[in-house]
Design a protein. Structure first.
Ligand code: F3S
Length: 397
């Protein structure tokens, strides 16, 4: 790879040990993927923050990098394994909490903003159209590429951290124009009315068309919350980290010759596949990806004057919770017995064995609830999930 003078200094260790390790990681990656050069990044989102996933080996690597490493661009963090201020309310042990706090202080020492959210674009890490960025977290990557028009590959924890410590990433994959073109024209002939419908669309696209970048037509309207749901489901079920929707997303692409359709039946199939046999629900999780203030407002209006029977978590960024506090939504939600879980989510918190059946409006959430925690899943609209929280039962549509 061709390196600039500054990149070479980092590679040779003249900018410290952490920058050297970081540049070695990036050069190795660039060589594997055939990158000719590095590009400067305007921001980084680091995933792999939960101690539950990192373990002691991951923590050791971070502490080593934190000895002399400092980030060179705005860098935010994915959710951790617990609410950093109030882990006890979520039933997290003190032993786990101590390890998690050590992980967070290593990140903070490197100058990383302790945002702990998978929706960095809602809380101040908002790249511009065409910006090169290096983000981990598949839902945020797909949202940034597709909805914002920024450019990022799907980074792992170490490569995202390496980009943060150097301000660079190798130019390959979705950084290059030629890899951002649509490969399949998908006519969407289904009505999509909710975050769960868009999540089901992501499931169907991934299952039917694999990694082909779709250009979708036929979708007349999509809210930011619906687009973030689609961005989470698509890569989780084998789809690409970039989609185009005619009239909605900003990237320009040629119309591919190959065509396909998504019908009402495909969406129904997603709902069927994500719903398992069970009448009871003992855990409800909303906020995958992290809930926006608009979603929290809606949840508060649906919960007002009601009491929940199931454990109910609303995962969100701490900054979004602060807005909800001011608006009075948190008070309404907490009066119902539901919990606003900041900094974390149901997939990265250590929840195995605590619940049997989880209801959620996110196909990505179903994937992790089953795979990581062994829960059965119920998948439906926000309204259905809230009814399940109140009654402890699942009512099909
Ligand atoms: Fe975010 Fe956790 Fe879902 S990281 S996208 S809430 S699985």
């Amino acid at each position: 790879m061709k390196l600039t003078a500054e990149e070479r200094k980092m590679y040779e260790g003249k900018r410290g040990k952490a920058a050297q390790t970081a540049m070695e990681i990036l050069v190795a990656l660039g060589e594997i993927y055939g990158a000719k050069n590095m590009v400067p990044v305007s921001s980084v989102q680091v995933s792999g923050v939960s101690y539950h996933n990192l373990g002691d080996a991951g923590l050791e690597f971070l502490e080593e990098q934190a000895k002399d490493g400092k980030v060179r661009v705005l860098t935010t963090l994915n959710p951790a394994g617990m609410d950093l201020d109030d882990w006890k309310k979520l039933g997290i042990s003190d032993d786990f909490a101590q390890k998690q706090l050590t992980v967070i202080s290593a990140f903070a020492k490197m100058g990383i903003t302790v945002s702990c959210t998978c929706t960095p674009y809602l809380v101040g890490n908002l790249p511009r159209f065409n910006d090169h960025i290096a983000w981990g977290e598949s839902s945020a990557v797909t949202f940034a590429n597709s909805v914002l028009g920024a450019r990022t590959n799907r980074e792992g924890g170490p490569s995202a951290l390496a980009a943060a410590l150097t301000g660079k990433t190798p130019a390959y994959g979705l950084h290059l124009d030629e890899n951002r073109q649509a490969q399949l024209h998908v006519q969407v002939k289904a009505k999509l009315n909710s975050t769960s419908d868009f999540s089901a669309l992501g499931w169907a696209l991934g299952k039917k068309f694999g990694n082909k970048i779709p250009l979708m037509t036929g979708i007349k309207h999509a809210t930011i919350d619906e687009l973030k749901s689609l961005s989470a489901a698509l890569p989780t079920y084998g789809g690409p980290s970039l989609f185009h929707i005619k009239g909605i997303t900003p990237n320009r692409t040629k119309k591919p010759k190959e065509t396909a359709t998504i019908t009402e039946d495909d969406i129904k199939e997603a709902y069927k596949a994500l719903n398992e046999e069970s009448d009871i629900v003992d855990f409800v999780a909303i906020g995958c990806p992290h809930a926006s203030i608009n979603e929290i407002k809606k949840i508060a209006s649906l919960l007002e004057g009601r009491h929940v029977k199931a454990e109910f978590w609303i995962a969100t960024a701490r900054q979004t919770k602060e807005l909800a506090d001011r608006a009075g939504y948190s008070k309404i939600i907490e009066a119902s017995g539901a919990k606003i879980a900041c900094d974390t989510c149901m997939a990265v918190a250590p929840l195995k064995g605590r619940f049997r059946v989880m209801a959620i409006d996110s196909a990505k959430g179903c994937y992790y609830a089953r795979g990581s925690n062994g829960f059965k899943t119920k998948f439906g609209t926000l309204e259905q999930c809230i009814d399940a929280a109140v009654t402890g039962k699942w009512n099909p549509k």
